[in-house]
Design a protein around this ligand. Structure first.
Ligand code: NAG
Ligand code: NAG
Ligand code: NAG
Ligand code: NAG
Ligand code: NAG
Ligand code: NAG
Length: 370
């Protein structure tokens, strides 16, 4: 599905071109909205104030039943993030794609709102996607409030740029598929805190890892994420690229086998059958984990993130697992032809941390047969 998302990136790129032309119309609409929608906005202002000044009772001079009408119960009472906000307004981000994409959108919103001095809020859908897994803290905008706001949509490409520190607007919705450490690496600790797993997930995963280890001491867990599914078709067809093959996985695993005494490879994939056929498990250090179901990525993700090191193939899921695991990370490098349109939306240097280790892909399947 991330392949599909990369298709949508282009669509959003086209859309934003239209939006640029419509800017003046949009801003006058926005102006009218300020007047006509005053009542609902004033509720929002109060709501924001309540969050900004939570705990300082002198500020709470308005009637709180109004706030209850827009179901304040959705909002975490201890939003420590509010300290970053200096301007009154609401910033949010679109919620599209799968887990890895959404984490990228969340982290980018967190960082850019902070850099621009606004309070970040998330869409209820983002909350229901991420909160079962992580102890996220950004407050939620109730759906009915979300609908009432005339958002200024700001399309982001997938790497940080200077102008993103100076985005204008009180009601900004960031759009696109941002998922680059260049947006948020300067506040890495805060981002990692947002993506802290719930205790029951941690316990589950640690228990599972213990079982794999058995009696062995000093093992090193290497999470292996093998992205298959739609990518297998999308990469060559739409992007002049390849997915990870048998040779790549062997090289990546041998890197860890040479370096660590007792490696344990924890393989998660949405194409487990392929993995079982193509990964050489004869050394007894390969474990096929997770349920391989597309619909329940949370557990696989937690498992990868709790490993000491990471082997990625392609996709934001593996990139996030490596970022959270925080150990050594091996990635598939240069997996498209140089003239691939993919390189217009994806900058490898903004996706992979400099210290991560790239192993170049074998592009020969894309070349004309001799
Ligand atoms: C707040 O509003 C509710 C309903 O509009 C009203 O019943 C209540 O008395 C008000 N409280 C204060 C402190 O004004
Ligand atoms: C919220 O803050 C209060 C007071 O600072 C603290 O006692 C409480 O444990 C916090 N709750 C959560 C869920 O962090
Ligand atoms: C495990 O590793 C530590 C540090 O490298 C070492 O001190 C210890 O002896 C090792 N234990 C075993 C059982 O190999
Ligand atoms: C799997 O690895 C073992 C040990 O390195 C090797 O002897 C064997 O030939 C390999 N099997 C395949 C099918 O590559
Ligand atoms: C490796 O990962 C396991 C499981 O998360 C953890 O218990 C262990 O402390 C880690 N080892 C190192 C050296 O970080
Ligand atoms: C990927 O290609 C670029 C440009 O040809 C090259 O500079 C880089 O070293 C390659 N990366 C890897 C990991 O091979």
């Amino acid at each position: 599905m991330v392949g599909k998302c990369w298709g949508k990136r282009i669509l959003s790129f086209v859309k934003i071109k239209h939006q640029e032309r419509g800017t003046s119309v949009q801003s006058s609409l926005l102006y009218f909205f300020y007047i006509l929608g005053f009542l609902s906005l004033s509720i929002i202002f109060h709501l924001s104030e309540k969050i900004f000044y939570y705990g300082t009772s002198t500020k709470n001079t308005y009637n709180s039943s109004l706030i209850e009408q827009i179901s304040l119960k959705h909002i975490a009472p201890n939003s420590s993030l509010s300290s970053g906000a200096i301007n009154v307004g609401i910033w949010t981000v679109n919620c599209i794609g799968r887990l890895g994409n959404r984490m990228g959108q969340y982290a980018t919103l967190y960082s850019l709102a902070k850099l621009n001095g606004y309070q970040a809020y998330i869409h209820p859908e983002m909350h229901s996607a991420l909160s079962p897994v992580f102890k996220i803290t950004l407050p939620v905008i109730p759906a009915e409030v979300f609908r009432k706001i005339q958002w200024k949509n700001v399309y982001l490409h997938d790497w940080m740029s200077e102008d993103y520190r100076h985005i204008q607007g009180k009601y900004v919705q960031l759009t696109g598929y941002p998922c680059s450490y260049t947006f948020y690496h300067h506040i890495r600790q805060e981002i990692l805190k947002e993506f802290t797993f719930h205790d029951h997930i941690k316990e589950d995963v640690n228990h599972y890892l213990q079982i794999m280890r058995g009696e062995r001491q000093n093992v090193t867990y290497v999470g292996v994420h093998v992205r298959r599914g739609d990518y297998v078709r999308v990469m060559p067809k739409a992007w002049k690229g390849v997915v990870a093959d048998k040779g790549y996985l062997e090289k990546a695993m041998n890197y860890f086998r040479k370096k660590y005494l007792n490696p344990i490879f924890v393989v998660t994939s949405n194409g487990m059958e392929w993995c079982k056929k193509n990964i050489n498990a004869s050394m007894g250090d390969v474990y096929y984990a997770g349920d391989g179901k597309e619909g329940s990525p949370g557990r696989d993700f937690a498992l990868l993130s709790h490993c000491n090191h990471t082997i990625m193939t392609i996709g934001t899921f593996g990139i996030w697992a490596a970022y959270l695991a925080g150990g050594e990370a091996v990635y598939l490098a240069n997996y498209t032809l140089p003239d691939s349109p993919f390189l217009k939306v994806f900058k490898p240097s903004a996706a992979f941390l400099p210290e991560w280790i790239g192993i170049p892909a074998d592009l020969s399947p894309l070349l004309p047969k001799p």
